[in-house]
Design a protein around this ligand. Sequence first.
Ligand code: NAX
Length: 325
Amino acid sequence: MKKPVKVAITGAAGQIAYSLIFRVASGSMLGPDQPVILQLLDIPDSLEKLKGTVMEIDDCAFPLVSGVVATADANEAFDGTDYALLVGARPRGPGMERKDLLSANGAIFVPQGKALSDNASRDVKVLVVGNPANTNALIAASAAKKLDPKQFTAMVRLDHNRAISQLATKTGTSGNDIDKVIIWGNHSATQYPDISHTTIGGKPAKSLVSQEWIEKDFIPVVQQRGAAIIKARGLSSAASAASAAVDHMRDWALGTDGKWVSMGIPSDGSYGIAPGVVYGYPVTCKNGQYEIVQGLSVDEFSRARMTVTETELREERAAIEDLLK
Ligand code: NAX
């Protein structure tokens, strides 16, 4: 058996975590031979509820769980952390403007970025799930002075998986046959799900679906899927979000074997995107590192949509500029 690694999960008493913790504990994220120490963080008011989740973790008698910490202290939760999944965030309240939402989340992600910088493993991999995920990742990365911003990523994998599922349903194929789907930009309604380079069973996806379907159905359905789930369930996506978080971290840690996945990562200027903003890109992962898929052609249709979502991220960054010192 390998030496245990430490996995921190914030928002640990919430609904995504209620699915995520058990997937991580069962080995879905880091493999069936990798023991984990779970470091669960929530706010003081939620600790009683978190106690119940910890009781359930105990009751599963997971062979891979070597320890569980439940705390409201970020320094304790991130002590030696190898993988941090930042799920807890401040939801948008009634009448709250985007700027207020961004600042309210700044109050969470600045201290958490600092706590990671001071306490986590120097190789920590951070995934931000809590919304607005891309800009929260930017805020945390900027506050983590002793870590490399590249260690901070945001989740667009749920959107990526949703795009694969829509395409599989439309073409009567299996998601396994679908390659090279891209989510560009922000995890928001401006995201651009792009199938320009996608293949299905080796054939170009665009030869199997119409441009009209892409524009009128596929793109808006993927962009609005979160809202459709809330309408149907009365609650936001939880199990699928947890599953996407597991996919994101697993692929980053264990590699994608050449397969493309979408990750929100600090832009290095690739594809003309403003450097620094945390933008969804197509990447491959190997040896614990991600690398942007380079050299793709970008037509006018794609460029216009990539710019819309980039503009939103630049505006989000401008709204919290004072937090990025
Ligand atoms: P819940 O409201 O069920 O749980 C959130 C938990 O976070 C609560 O237990 C709360 O006490 C805790 N929390 C609040 N502030 C905290 C802090 N400073 N430190 C630690 N914990 C804190 O929300 P849930 O449904 O689990 O969603 C969590 C976040 O994921 C939300 O921001 C949501 O918008 C976001 N999502 C992101 C997705 C993505 O694809 N990136 C998709 C799903 C989801 O909408």
